[in-house]
Design a protein around this ligand. Sequence first.
Ligand SMILES: *Cc1c(COP(=O)(O)O)cnc(C)c1O
Length: 384
Amino acid sequence: MERQIYLDHAATTQPAPEVVQQMLPWLSGRYGNPSARYQLGQEADRCIAGARKQVAALIGADEGELYFTSGGTESDNWVLRACLSDRQDGKRHIITTGIEHHAILNTCARLEKEGAKVSYVMPDSEGRVDVRDIEREIQEDTVLISVMYANNEIGTLQPVREIGLLAAEYGIPFHTDAVQAVGHIPIDVKTLGITWLSASAHKFHGPKGCGFLYMRKGYELPSLLCGGAQERGLRAGTENVAGIAGMGAAARVCMAHMSGDQETVRRQRDYLIRGVESAIPGARLNGHRRMRLPNNVNFSFSGLEGAALLLLLDQDGICVSSGAACNASSEKGSHVLTAIGAPEEYQRGTVRMTLGPETTREELDYVIERLKEHVFQLREMKNA
Ligand SMILES: *Cc1c(COP(=O)(O)O)cnc(C)c1O
């Protein structure tokens, strides 16, 4: 096989070998239903309990505060919907940002159709939201502040601690979509004033279709799905035992390697940023230079189409994204780049490169060289 350089870790990550190993028995001989009372079921139940401990440790939560879901999208939907459903007090205002993942934005749009009021706070030119702008939006009937931990396109980290403090001051619950951050940077829900937190296993070297919602003790939300009594009655449906086992293993692997990996990846990130900036004129880094995910590089190039660049890089065996993976099929430009005011002539020429712990200097040198060649070539074609 030709060489493959995978620089799309924000879209998904490769399951770690330990993760796959941990999953296999639950996909074959140990297939019992965790709710069943015989041993075959009880061992599956114990497997889930073990994974819950491992995942809780990753974010400094108690085991009892974790609810397993089908992923980030479900966790996000759950919080937004549950905050507004069955309210006796008639309150219906949510504050979020204009740069959230579509799991949040499209849910908000639906809720607005159903009568909710939503305020979208806009970030500065580096993608940071200002806590004072959030405070200005607070109303009598605000029931939730939902701000992502880190942006999936440009990697900018939000001032989560300050938002947590603000929310506490006003007695408003605070949700964060931390799908891009969990497993990549240290997170301690207890010190950050987080009420609810969404995460997804496949973004931190676990399996797809599995995630969780952290709910601070005393802030349990009504269920999204109705059915059986799984997950203490709050998330119905037979558990994804293998997926949960894999997520537990992924959490353990991330805990063990986080501090080292974080530094390695951050150095590689800065190497790639410097390399691109010195090799290619008219390259514009999107997002904050320091306050960004250790693995995120997002550049816009003037005078070319990102989609064309992506295809050319693919022929070199390099996997990158032209923005957010979830948006790849839609014609509309990036709502994030628009929100940070990226110039029009750059926006279309955007590539996101998200690194992993296995990314090497040698690979990055190759990527910079190929990128440079393709950018020059595409610009020439455009000018011809
Ligand atoms: C990937 C992602 C999601 C969706 O998670 P899934 O598990 O794929 O449903 C939500 N929010 C952010 C920020 C993401 O990056």
